[in-house]
Design a protein around this ligand. Structure first.
Ligand SMILES: Nc1nc2c(ncn2[C@@H]2O[C@H](COP(=O)(O)OP(=O)(O)OP(=O)(O)O)[C@@H](O)[C@H]2O)c(=O)[nH]1
Ligand SMILES: [Mg+2]
Length: 290
């Protein structure tokens, strides 16, 4: 018989770009969620699983809280709102590098009203002066009745072990929700599409990153074909690049990670396509799993 484990779900909340996905990856000990320097990288809920000998901590990585602008961001915010049902706690992520302000207060109002313990991760403390960190800790503490507060760096791994222990302590005895060794609920196809999108996000700027979506067309033993969807012809030109340089660069960066995920060599074929207004079109969004 399997020995008893402590298990449960923790929702990860915070403003866009504070490092929620980086933190989920650090806690899970594996890259499950894509990360970029652009806000609104995460578009739907992703489970990242941290497995220990006697625990299974399931983290729900979420889009950042935001004011909806179109059908896509509306659905992203809906995902966030519904993700708070039936969790054992909330990991409220703040960036120590930014002013803790109105956006964080708005989120605090929501998470402190759920009736579950709220653990604050004050992230991005790497290379910050101790005095500044202490000040930010104080401001963070004033946001509500927190259960615990941890200064961490998801990037360097500083404080991650203690934070994991803190979250595991919130769980009670329960079943294994995922087989041991499985770190996410995402299919290979979804992870591949996300990895391609991640590389495209890092290489583009302004409005372009927000207009990109990736659709996997073929996932074969050898060949992987994917479409990068954008909304306009000019975005397409940017993504293709001069003589195809940009799309080639995206492929070159994505392929090694895809090969590591699948544990085999593949040919990756990427095509950029214009799909006008896909962010406003619910049929398109559903097709893209958003
Ligand atoms: N210096 C530093 N940068 C970090 C740290 N954690 C995350 N970042 C950076 O912050 C940026 C955003 O990281 P993400 O993990 O994508 O942030 P997110 O909160 O998931 O963002 P959304 O999904 O857009 O809401 C990236 O450039 C990360 O490399 C950290 O501990 N220290
Ligand atoms: Mg994210």
């Amino acid at each position: 018989m399997e020995p008893a484990v402590k298990s449960g779900f923790i929702a990860v909340a915070g403003r866009p770009n504070v490092g929620k996905s980086t933190l989920v990856n650090a806690l899970a000990g594996r890259k499950v969620a894509i990360v970029s320097d652009k806000p609104q990288t995460t578009r739907r809920r992703i489970f990242g699983v941290a497995n220990g000998d006697d625990f299974q901590l399931v983290l729900a990585d979420l889009p950042g809280f935001q004011r909806p602008l179109d059908a896509l961001t509306e659905r992203m915010q809906h995902t966030v709102d519904t993700a708070f049902e039936d969790v054992d706690g909330v990991l409220f992520v703040l960036s120590a590098r930014e002013r803790i302000g109105a956006g964080d207060k708005f989120i605090a109002k929501k998470v402190y009203s759920l009736g579950v313990p709220v653990v604050i991760a004050l992230n991005k403390v790497d290379r910050l002066k101790a005095g500044h960190i202490a000040q930010q800790m104080q401001t963070a503490a004033q946001l509500g009745e927190f259960h615990a507060i941890h200064p961490v760096s998801a990037k360097t791994g500083d404080g991650i072990g203690q934070l994991r222990d803190e979250l595991v302590a919130l769980l009670s005895e329960g079943p294994l929700y995922f087989p041991r060794g499985q770190a996410t609920d995402m299919s290979d196809a979804d992870q591949i599409a996300e990895l391609i999108r991640e590389k495209a996000l890092w290489l583009t700027k302004d409005e372009v990153p927000h207009a990109i979506s990736v659709e996997l067309e073929e996932l074969g033993e050898k060949y992987i074909r994917a479409f990068l969807l954008v909304e306009t012809e000019s975005q397409k030109q940017i993504l293709v690049g001069k003589s195809g340089a940009m799309i080639k660069q995206i492929g070159t960066r994505a392929r090694p990670e895809i090969e590591a995920l699948l544990d085999r060599q593949v040919f990756l074929e990427l095509t950029v396509k214009v799909r006008p207004r896909w962010r406003r079109d619910t049929t398109q969004l559903e097709r893209l799993g958003l």
